[in-house]
Design a protein around this ligand. Structure first.
Ligand code: SAM
Length: 345
């Protein structure tokens, strides 16, 4: 990797440091926007190297802020870099980087949660799903409040092969709060195994590249940060619609310390809950006394396949929602109590 960076034909000309850019454009980090900047060039380089070779690649950086990672991406010899930044204060500093790398940078002032990445890259980069990943990478150090909903949204895009993934199995290198990174990569039987582990790993090969101590950021966040790399799998480990997988996985992990049959039960309306849950577990060949964290991907695949069959046989089943039922029950109880109280007054 070092060699490929060595032959990169492009290097940025001397520029003010990121610290100077921050001062020049008065880019005070907004705490309420969870802005923490990475100024250490060794770390920004390490993040970019962990994405793989970017020579002549098309890259989208999400949340570039003052541009530390952006510089490392440009120095890796990319063909083109798209920057999507929500906070307008950063645009002039990014424009300065763009001027230093003529014709390479496109800046979008926008929100990555709503910005459409499905027509952003040249059409010739499109690959078939079964081919090697296209020469397109997504890289970003976003606020944690954005990176988690964003990865869920992108996982759903991967399952449908739409959004940015209509170009093929685009690789992503993103930062997360260390604990979230541990959940994303957790294997069967570990304490961190959770809903996020299954949702990410049934669709992607997910690897932690390294951890960045919180003290490397300015201002310092309360937590350490994990750099996670995702490559969408050619063959998802569960071949059912994303929403169905999400429902099964969410229900199973609803009671994460209890036996898994507790979570499976809430997939079914109360009247036939016990019988149906028992049937589902038996057909899926899952021991009802395993804890949710002990279930392997194979178990989840079987559970989703069996649940899908049950939904096909009973069209009302998929729309059944335990939480709505619970909420309605609570509401009814509260209304009843209010009526009784009113009667007593
Ligand atoms: N990447 C820079 C770095 O490592 O120094 C900045 C990191 S800071 C934690 C997060 C950046 O993401 C900020 O520049 C913030 O304005 C931007 N951001 C936050 N939410 C965003 C969103 N929804 N879409 C695009 N950018 C966003």
């Amino acid at each position: 990797m070092a060699a490929s960076r060595g032959v990169a034909s492009f290097r940025l000309p001397p520029l003010p440091t990121i610290g100077e850019i921050i001062k020049l454009f008065k880019l005070r980090a907004e705490k309420q926007l969870s802005q923490n900047f990475l100024l250490d060039l060794r770390l920004t380089d390490k993040i970019v190297r962990s994405a793989g070779s970017l020579k002549d690649a098309y890259v989208c950086e999400v949340g570039p802020g003052p541009g530390g990672i952006t510089r490392a991406i440009l120095n890796a010899g990319v063909a083109e870099l798209l920057l999507v930044e929500k906070d307008p204060r950063f645009i002039p500093g990014l424009q300065m980087l763009s001027d230093a790398a003529p014709g390479k940078v496109r800046i979008v002032h926008g929100d990555i949660l709503t910005y459409q990445l499905d027509k952003t890259f040249p059409k010739h980069l499109e690959k078939n799903w079964g081919d090697d990943p296209p020469d397109i990478h997504i890289i970003g150090n976003l606020p944690f409040s954005v990176s988690t909903p964003l990865i869920i949204k992108w996982l759903e895009n991967i399952s449908r092969r739409d959004g940015p993934f209509r170009y093929g199995r685009i690789q992503m290198t993103l930062t997360f709060q260390k604990e979230v990174g541990e959940r994303l990569t957790a294997s069967t039987g570990t304490r961190q195994r959770s809903r996020l582990s299954i949702m990410a790993q049934y669709l992607c090969s997910v690897h932690k590249r390294f951890t960045i101590p919180g003290k490397a950021f300015v201002p310092k966040p309360d937590v350490d940060v994990a750099v996670i790399h995702f490559t969408p799998l050619v063959q998802p480990q569960i071949e059912q619609p994303f929403k169905l997988v999400e429902k099964v996985v969410q229900s199973v992990f609803q009671f994460r310390r209890k036996y898994c049959h507790q979570g499976v039960r809430i997939l079914f309306p109360e009247a036939r809950r016990l019988e149906k849950a028992e049937q589902m577990l038996m057909l899926a060949d899952v021991d009802p006394t395993l804890r949710p964290t002990q279930l392997s991907m194979y178990h989840f695949k079987n559970l989703c396949d069996v649940y899908r069959k049950m939904c096909d046989e009973d069209p009302d089943l998929f729309v059944y929602n335990y939480r709505h039922e619970l909420r309605e029950k609570r509401l009814k109880k509260a209304n009843f109590k209010r009526t009784v109280d009113d009667d007593l007054i």
